[in-house]
Design a protein around this ligand. Structure first.
Ligand SMILES: C[S@@+](CC[C@H](N)C(=O)[O-])C[C@H]1O[C@@H](n2cnc3c(N)ncnc32)[C@H](O)[C@@H]1O
Length: 325
């Protein structure tokens, strides 16, 4: 529990203990805070704690997790965030600016989130971002600031660049800081200036891009010579997310199916590594998650998948850190 929240909680407790006494400075006597205001404050604290610590659709939870993975790597590769131009490639439609905002609060010079899809419920996202910003600057979020030598005073001064009342009022674009950009575009269609970055982050996007080699070749031309790409790739059949009982991680390897043709590009782990290297990147880190395929399932693989290596069969996730070769 952080200091900020302790102070508020102590204050609430003190208010309760002093309920029958007149407080100095209150011309009407009695409590400074109305009971309704106290309940309101407590509700806000509970909501912030819930928002930062529980998985939720638009709340900060997943982005906090993603950014912490990056921050832990930054211990080995210092200077990856502070004063850098950061691009969130394929930021999505449900929490499109969450990661960008956190990285800006941590001291990024500028951020740009891009995606093909329009935001789903922009007003709801704006209010959720208001909550995310408050949870970071109050120290309630689980963000591990120490990895990047950031502290709450830096986060608070960065938070002042946002129009928080606009966000709370549901105005997503109006509430963003000047150096926190958000654009609906294909990466390759951005202007040359907009494409440039020191750090690209990308979560669960590489497996969805039809022309991934084209995107990575374009990124190779636009990355700073000391830049990085931090990308999480999910090799599972994504139908699994819609019905975990019905579908397996490897479903398409036996039925060649998909949600809709081309929803995922079905590139397996070793082919992904080859493509990344062909586009001119060196793989600095590749943290994989592996899941064992059952012998029954393996026996049913389509002929084109039967000769796959065990590593290609079993790798279901990879967290990459890349740099220009
Ligand atoms: C599974 S979503 C991931 C969203 C987000 N990163 C997240 O973690 O919630 C993949 C996203 O990649 C986007 N995408 C795919 N190809 C793209 C491209 N060439 N340029 C920009 N966005 C792209 C899609 O529109 C989609 O929203």
């Amino acid at each position: 529990m952080n200091n900020f929240i302790d102070v508020i909680k102590e204050g609430l407790l003190r208010d309760r203990q002093q309920q029958s006494r007149d407080l100095i400075g209150n011309p009407r006597g009695g409590d400074v805070l109305d009971p309704e205001v106290k309940v309101f404050k407590e509700t806000i604290i509970a909501a912030l704690e819930g928002n930062s610590n529980k998985p939720s659709y638009r709340g900060g939870f997943y982005s906090f997790y993603q950014i912490n993975q990056l921050l832990r790597l930054s211990e080995k590769y210092p200077g990856i965030v502070r004063n850098k131009r950061i691009l969130d490639f394929g930021c999505g439609a449900t929490r499109p600016v969450a990661a960008s905002i956190i990285l800006y609060l941590l001291g990024a010079r500028s951020t740009m989130a891009i995606d093909l899809e329009a935001p789903f419920d922009p007003a709801g996202i704006a209010v959720a971002e208001y909550g995310n910003i408050l949870s970071v600057i109050s120290g309630l979020s689980p963000i591990e600031l120490h990895h990047v030598n950031a502290d709450l005073s830096l986060c608070r001064s960065r938070a002042a660049d946002f129009d928080l009342s606009a966000l709370l009022g549901g105005d997503l674009r109006g509430g963003l800081a000047r150096n926190v950009g958000y654009k609906l575009s294909r990466y390759q269609d951005l202007s040359e200036g907009e494409r440039k970055f020191d750090l690209m982050i990308s979560n669960s996007v590489f497996e969805h891009v039809a022309d991934l080699e084209d995107v990575l070749t374009c990124a190779r031309q636009s990355i700073a010579s000391d830049g990085f790409i931090f990308a999480g790739v999910d090799f599972r059949d994504h139908r699994w997310y819609t019905d975990t009982a019905k579908w397996s991680f490897w479903q398409y390897l036996i039925d060649d199916g998909d949600h809709q043709p081309g929803y995922i590009n079905k590139i397996r782990y070793s082919a992904m590594n080859e493509l990344i290297q062909r586009a001119g990147f060196r793989i600095l880190e590749a943290h994989t998650v592996r899941d064992a395929m059952s012998p029954d399932f393996e026996a049913g693989l389509l002929p084109k998948y039967r000769a796959m290596s065990r590593e290609d069969k079993e790798t279901t996730e990879c967290l990459y850190l890349l740099k220009p070769a």
